[in-house]
Design a protein around this ligand. Sequence first.
Ligand code: TRP
Length: 440
Amino acid sequence: MFVLAAIGSAVGLGNIWKFPYLAGQHGGGAFVLIYLVSVAVIGVPIMIAEILIGRRGRGSPINSLRTLAVEEHRSVRWAWLGGMGVVTGFLILSYYSVIGGWTVAYVLRSAAGTFEEASSDAVAAAFNAFVDSPTELALWHTVFTVMTMFVVARGVRGGLERAARYMVPALFVILLLLVGYAAASGSFADGFAFLFALDFARVSGAAVLAALGQAFFSLSLGMGAIMAYGAYLPREVSIARSAVQVAVADTLVALLAALAIFPIIFANGLDPSVQSVALAFIALPLAFGHMPGGTVFGTLFFVLLVFAAWTSAISIIEPAVAHMVERWEMSRRRASLLAGAGVWLLGLGTVLSFNRWSEYTWFGRTFFELIDFATSNVMLPLGGLLIALYAGWVMRREASAGELALSPAGYATWRGVIRYVTPFAMLLVLLQASGVLRLG
Ligand code: TRP
């Protein structure tokens, strides 16, 4: 059940919308390789650390961090790390909900047969007209925020696992079908080569940072979402095995999505480096528009994507709502209403950044890009770094060893990685990102 809930959190827009467009922007193969290394070397050890802290602390992230710090006679200020997660989740959901709204709108468009036999120009024009309209984006953003807060208000458990049990395998099957279509209908070799051919000339500091940030985002790490779920994990379940299962499933979905999308992009003569946030919303309707039964499969696919985004969105805001309930002693309904109102309001900034405000930039970034960068590339990695330090240096060996119950060699490996490798690698990336360090 834990693994299902965590997969429900991890698999979302990050896999199908964000991973492919980041790979497109950052040169394909080099980005993908760095991403895979980040998932294995940084993502999995930190996921283990989050589950470990959650299970041992048995509370909301803030309370778990405080409980274990007290247990180790360390500063209760470590609870602030949970507070940062609350803020991060709030910021992420503000734009996640806007993109989630796009997927809801695309269910209706697919069902209406809008994309049948459509040319790539027509599909791209339809997307541009859509994001050009603040009222339409605001409408779907509202729908998605209400959907999310409705479930959170009623208390989450149960439904999440059930949703993930059926949704993720179904999504997987349609993605396989799409990859099959992509393989049969043209530029599969080009797409494959783009994703897996290594071109080290294209490795840049920006690509490394983007890949690391995406590893955190896609695995739902760095803000306590997985920590919150870890609190429900029974003692006898292996933490390390669960973490690996979640990471493998999440990575497979992302790779399949990219393998479905890029051949279609190349077959239509499109340039992946310029499509940005539109990439999946152009490639997928194009594929469904031309394959047999495409209207049915396309509609089903976008329905599943809505569910995937929904279960992820719930996990993004759950720590914030749990905290408001604890801290301010308000009802879940009231906390959800308040959090939802804030998310909705802030999300309007993202809505406008695609149209009215598209010319306004801060540090060369639109409102959406700024929030995305601040959360994925700064706050999540920083949260992850502190979680690694907490699990590796604050928690005593006896505490983490007992909880993880690994073989001596397995435990020694995890502890070495979480104490030295992960913090050091992330420090390098963060310094590079902040401009302190220039590795070129
Ligand atoms: N991982 C989800 C996705 O890929 C998004 C998500 C859910 C998330 N919970 C999170 C991202 C917590 C960061 C932190 O769509």
